[in-house]
Write a protein that binds this ligand. Structure first.
Ligand SMILES: [Zn+2]
Length: 176
C-alpha cells in the first residue's frame, strides 16, 4: 500500500499481483530509480508466490515560478540544472556536486510550502550556492541571471573578487 499525494487529497493505492490479482504481497527489494522521484520495489505475492516489480511515485504539489515579467511557469528542475551546468562549464566541478546542489535547491523550495515562488528567489539561491563553490561559475551565472540590470553591483562584485584573489596570491607568495 502506498500513498499518492495529489494537490490536496491523499489517494491510497494497493498493489495488485499481476498474475493472480491478490492484494497480499511483501516487499523483497527496494531501490531508488535513477530519476530519484520513483521508488522501484520488487514484491512477492503471498498467494501465488510470483514476483513482480512496481514503480511508485510520490506526486508532489505543483510548484509554479513567477518570472520577472509576471509570467507563471511550472517549476522545472532541469532548467535549474542546465543553468548550473552552463555556469560550471570547464570548471573543476563534478556532475555529482551539480546534482546534489539541484536536489538541495529543490528541497528548499518545496519546504517553503508555497505553490508560487518568485524566480528571483530561485536565482539568488543558485547564486548563493555557486558563490560558495566556485568564483568563476558564480560570476558567470550572476552576470547572465542579473542581466546587467544591476551593473554597478556586478562591477563591485568583480572588484571584490579580484581583490580576494590578489589577497590570496599575496598570502601564497609570503609563504613561499
Ligand atoms: Zn499472485
Amino acid at each position: 500500500m502506498f500513498y499518492v499525494a495529489s494537490k490536496h487529497k491523499m489517494l491510497c493505492i494497493k498493489m495488485k499481483c499481476p498474475y493472480c490479482f491478490s492484494l497480499d504481497n511483501k516487499v523483497v527489494d527496494k531501490r531508488e530509480t535513477e530519476d530519484t522521484e520513483a521508488t522501484r520495489r520488487r514484491r512477492e505475492c503471498l498467494k501465488c508466490g510470483k514476483r513482480f516489480t512496481t514503480y511508485e511515485r510520490i506526486e508532489t504539489v505543483d510548484l509554479f515560478i513567477i518570472k520577472k515579467d509576471g509570467r507563471r511557469e511550472k517549476f522545472d528542475r532541469t532548467k535549474i540544472r542546465s543553468g548550473i551546468i552552463k555556469a560550471c562549464e570547464k570548471r573543476p566541478i563534478s556532475m555529482d556536486i551539480v546534482s546534489s546542489m539541484v536536489d538541495r535547491i529543490e528541497a528548499k523550495l518545496r519546504k517553503l510550502k508555497k505553490t508560487e515562488i518568485k524566480s528571483s528567489f530561485v536565482g539568488e539561491e543558485i547564486i548563493r550556492r555557486l558563490k560558495q563553490l566556485d568564483n568563476v561559475a558564480y560570476i558567470r551565472f550572476a552576470s547572465v541571471y542579473r542581466e546587467f540590470d544591476d551593473i554597478k553591483s556586478f562591477e563591485n562584485e568583480l572588484v571584490g573578487l579580484k581583490k580576494r584573489e590578489d589577497d590570496e596570491k599575496a598570502k601564497r607568495n609570503r609563504k613561499n
